[in-house]
Design a protein around this ligand. Structure first.
Ligand code: 2NL
Length: 360
C-alpha cells in the first residue's frame, strides 16, 4: 500500500486541509495531524524501516519531499493568516489621538487657585518675580521689621494666632500677612527688587466676610527712584488686566499702615449689572486694596539705606478678588469643599491662565 500513489492522495488531502484553515489554531491542528509525532506523514516515515532496500530508495526521498512541501505550504498559509489578522485589527482598532484623555478629568481648579495663577501671570508680564515663605513666622519678620510699635493691637492675641513658646521661650506666630516674605527678600537681595508674595495668611476672625485662614497677595518694588506715580500705574494696569477691561477709573484715599508712608487705599469705579459686579466704570466706588511708599524705618530694618533706596508696596485679599470676578456670594463656600460648588465655580486644569490667549 505504501506506494507513491498513496503519497499523492495524502498530499492533496493535507494541502486541501491547509487551504481550508481559517485561523492559526486550525492550521496548527492540520500541522500536528500530518507532521506531528503521530501525524500521518510521520507514521509513514516510521514504516520506512520495514521496507525492502529497493522500496526504501523510492519511498524515502518521496516522503522527505512530501514533508518539505507540506511544511512550506503550512508556513505560507500561516504568514497569510497573520497578515489578514493584522489587517483586521488595524481596521477595527483605530486610535484617534486627538480625543481627550479617558477617563474624563473630574477635578477642577479652585477659583482661589485660578486667581492666584492670574495674578502671577499679570505681574510676571510687568517684570515681577513670585516670592514665597513659611506660614509660621517669628515676631521680628511679621511685626517688628514692619515698624509695628510694641503694644500695637495687631500684635495682640485677639487678632493673631500664637504658637506654644519654643525651647528659647520664643512664641512664633501664623503670619498675619505675606509681608515677612518681602522683609526676607529685602534682607537677602540687593535692589532693584520687584516681587509679589502670594499665599495663606491667618487672623482670629470668623463671620460672613472673614475666615481665620485667607489668601493675600502683596507686591514690593524697591529701587533708587521709585515713586507714587509708578505705584498708581502698576496698580491701574493690574486692575485693567485682572478685570479684563480696557481701562479702570481709580482714586487714592489717604490711609494709615505702620509699614508705609504715605499710605493709601485704592478704590475702583464699579456698577451692579443684575447680580454681577462690573469693575472699571460706573458711578460707585469700591475699596480694592491698600498700598503706599515703604516706610524708611522698614527699609532701614532690612539693612538698606533709605536715603539710597525707596519703593512702594501694596496688599490685597485674593478671596475677595475671586468673589468679585467670579460672582460667588458667600466667602465661607470657598472652604466647604463641596463638589457641586467646585463643579460650578471651578476651572479646567487643562486651561492655563496666560496673557496671550486670556486669563480665564
Ligand atoms: C491690605 C494692605 C498692604 C503692604 C501691604 C508692605 C510690605 C512691606 C513693606 C511695606 Cl515688606 N508694605 N505691604 C503695604 C501696604 C498695604 O496691604 O489691605 N492688605 C489686604
Amino acid at each position: 500500500m505504501t506506494d507513491t500513489a498513496a503519497l499523492e492522495t495524502l498530499e492533496q488531502d493535507v494541502l486541501a486541509q491547509i487551504a481550508a484553515a481559517t485561523d492559526e489554531a486550525g492550521l496548527d491542528a492540520v500541522r500536528v495531524g500530518a507532521l506531528g509525532k503521530k501525524g500521518s506523514v510521520s507514521l509513514m516515515m516510521r514504516s520506512l524501516g520495514g521496507m525492502s532496500p529497493e522500496e526504501r530508495q523510492v519511498m524515502g526521498p518521496a516522503l522527505n519531499g512530501l514533508k518539505d512541501r507540506l511544511g512550506s505550504a503550512i508556513e505560507a498559509r500561516k504568514a497569510m493568516l497573520e497578515a489578514a489578522a493584522l489587517d483586521l485589527a488595524l481596521a477595527s482598532e483605530t486610535i484617534d489621538v486627538s480625543l481627550p484623555v479617558r477617563p474624563e478629568p473630574k477635578g477642577s481648579i479652585h477659583p482661589i487657585t485660578q486667581v492666584m495663577e492670574e495674578l502671577a501671570v499679570i505681574f510676571a508680564d510687568m517684570g515681577f518675580a513670585v516670592a514665597e515663605g513659611s506660614d509660621v513666622e517669628d515676631d521680628f519678620h511679621n511685626f517688628t521689621a514692619l515698624n509695628f510699635p510694641e503694644g500695637h493691637p495687631a500684635r495682640d492675641t485677639q487678632d493673631t494666632f500664637f504658637m506654644k513658646p519654643d525651647a528659647e521661650g520664643q512664641r512664633k506666630v501664623l503670619r498675619t500677612h505675606t509681608s515677612p516674605v518681602q522683609i526676607r527678600t529685602m534682607m537677602s537681595q540687593t535692589p532693584p527688587i520687584r516681587i509679589i508674595a502670594p499665599g495663606r495668611v491667618y487672623r482670629c476672625d470668623w463671620d460672613q466676610t472673614h475666615t481665620p485662614m485667607f489668601h493675600q497677595v502683596e507686591g514690593l518694588v524697591i529701587d533708587r527712584e521709585t515713586h507714587m506715580g509708578h505705584l498708581k500705574g502698576v496698580l491701574q494696569d493690574f486692575l485693567a488686566a485682572f478685570f479684563e477691561t480696557d481701562e479702570v477709573v481709580t482714586r487714592f484715599r489717604p490711609h494709615h499702615f505702620p509699614f508705609t508712608e504715605p499710605s493709601a487705599e485704592m478704590d475702583v469705579r464699579y456698577e451692579r449689572v443684575g447680580q454681577a459686579v462690573k469693575v472699571g466704570s460706573g458711578d460707585q466706588w469700591m475699596e480694592i486694596l491698600g498700598c503706599g511708599m515703604v516706610h524708611p524705618n522698614v527699609i532701614r530694618n532690612c539693612g538698606l539705606d533709605p536715603d539710597e533706596y525707596q519703593g512702594f508696596a501694596f496688599g490685597m485679599g485674593v478671596d475677595r478678588l475671586a468673589m468679585l470676578k467670579y460672582g460667588a456670594p458667600d466667602l465661607r463656600d470657598f472652604f466647604n469643599s463641596d463638589q457641586r460648588w467646585l463643579g460650578h465655580y471651578g476651572f479646567s486644569p487643562l486651561l492655563q491662565a496666560n496673557m496671550a490667549t486670556g486669563l480665564s
